[in-house]
Design a binder for this molecule. Structure first.
Ligand code: NAD
Ligand code: IPM
Ligand code: MN
Length: 368
């Protein structure tokens, strides 16, 4: 069996960090017996400016032939905001039914957090962000544009179906973590005191599913504003968070910041049912301010490809992929102490140097 990985480097620092991630995989594939192929796909700002197309429906269907997608980042100052983000990233998340956005918030050894007196034991939770609904559906519009009476709406879409499958996935994650020594707690984050319709659907679904099938998991509810405050003051109270799309977007940037910065936060857009490929990407964007300078931290991308191999390995029953994914995760945590006392995103190490550090760590672990 050979894994087929579609690679979309995308814009800005995307191709730079993805290159390092692929270099890392290449360095251990052979010794671990991993057989895989990668196919570079050109989607992103440049492709759009050249062809006038972001990605067509037919091209999305072609992606279904792959086992997984590795994405760098999309978005460039040369293209109006939203065209690439919605036309590529959100289209793939929606059309490939990647209904879970899994975003671990874990402070790695040696990495500096801006939170005073907090360490790796305090910052270690997982955000399960719903990934196909909410304000992201784009329902709404603008009327009377350009007049003093201009009206615009963008609706928060919540379905019982979408919420229930997300909540169930989050309970499962909490249960798996509990088996590994974590508290076994799931916190729903919403704003039920204001969003009394959508919040109600979330709140009832969360409690009904928990009561029926996950009595072993403790249920907690936090409003999203309070959650931001707790993430910044006592992040140790979180084990697993389940959160709708928009709030999830916001709190996971905060999560990235407390765990060492955008350069270190990994994520997976998962289709847990396996009806289409999942897509893995750093949480950060195309970082136009540092693009083309070999300055981006590739740890987030490397960790994301580790997540890709673990997830695909699990779904496809490919033990070599699973093993490679685990080794990459371990190697990342073995190199982060090199950054002690430095802000990871401005560590002074180049993108390629950090990639090489991970490769050397993998090689050393293989010898040792
Ligand atoms: P950003 O994440 O690109 O950058 C925010 C800040 O973090 C910048 O100062 C940047 O230099 C820094 N940063 C980001 N990644 C880094 C890394 N690997 N190493 C070191 N520093 C890093 O967010 P933004 O500036 O709000 O958005 C830029 C563009 O990216 C926009 O077009 C936006 O829509 C898009 N975007 C795409 C994705 C994605 O593809 N998943 C995610 C977020 C933003
Ligand atoms: C992210 C990004 C995207 C989002 C944008 C670029 C559409 O911010 O992956 O977090 O809002 O989901
Ligand atoms: Mn975001």
């Amino acid at each position: 069996m050979s894994l087929k990985i579609a690679v979309i480097g995308g814009d800005g620092v995307g191709p730079e960090v993805v290159r390092e991630a692929l270099r890392v995989v290449e360095s251990i594939a052979k010794p671990q017996g991993l057989s895989y192929t990668t196919t570079d796909l050109p989607y992103g700002g440049e492709h759009y400016l050249k062809t006038g197309e972001v990605i067509t429906d037919a091209q999305v269907q072609e992606l279904k032939a792959y086992d997984a997608i590795m994405l760098g980042a999309v978005g460039t100052p040369d293209v109006k905001p939203g065209v690439l983000e919605k036309g590529l990233l959100l289209k793939l998340r929606f059309d490939l039914d990647q209904y879970i956005n899994l975003r671990p918030v874990k402070l790695y050894p040696g990495v500096e957090t801006p939170l005073k007196d907090k360490g790796p034991d305090d910052i270690d939770f997982v955000c399960v962000r719903e990934n196909t609904e909410d304000l992201y559906c784009g329902n709404g519009g603008i009327a009377r544009k350009g007049t003093a009476q201009e009206i615009s709406t963008q609706e928060m879409i919540t379905t019982r179906f979408g919420v229930e499958r997300c909540v169930r996935y989050a309970f499962e994650i909490a249960r798996t973590r509990k088996a590994n020594g974590y508290p076994g707690q799931l916190t729903l984050v919403h704003k039920t005191n204001v969003l009394t319709h959508c919040g109600d659907t979330w709140f009832r679904t969360f409690n009904e599913v928990g009561e029926a099938d996950y009595k072993d998991i403790e249920r907690v509810y936090h409003h999203v504003d309070a959650c931001c405050m707790y993430m910044a003051t006592k992040p140790e109270i979180y084990d697993v968070i389940v959160v709708p799309n928009m709030f999830g977007d916001i709190i996971t940037d905060l999560g990235a910041a407390i765990a060492g910065g955008m350069g270190v936060a990994a994520s997976g857009n998962l289709n847990p049912d396996g009806t289409a490929p999942s897509m893995f990407e750093p949480v950060h964007g195309s970082a136009p301010d540092i693009a083309g300078q070999n300055k981006a931290n590739p740890i987030a991308a490397i960790d994301s490809i580790g997540l890709l191999l673990r997830e695909v390995g699990r779904i496809k029953g490919d033990d070599a992929a699973l093993k490679c994914g685990e080794k990459i995760g371990q190697a990342v945590q073995a190199v982060t102490p090199n950054f002690t006392g430095k802000q990871l995103d401005r560590s002074g190490y180049s993108c390629t140097e950090i990639g090489t550090m991970v490769i050397e760590s993998l090689a050393a672990a293989a010898v040792g």
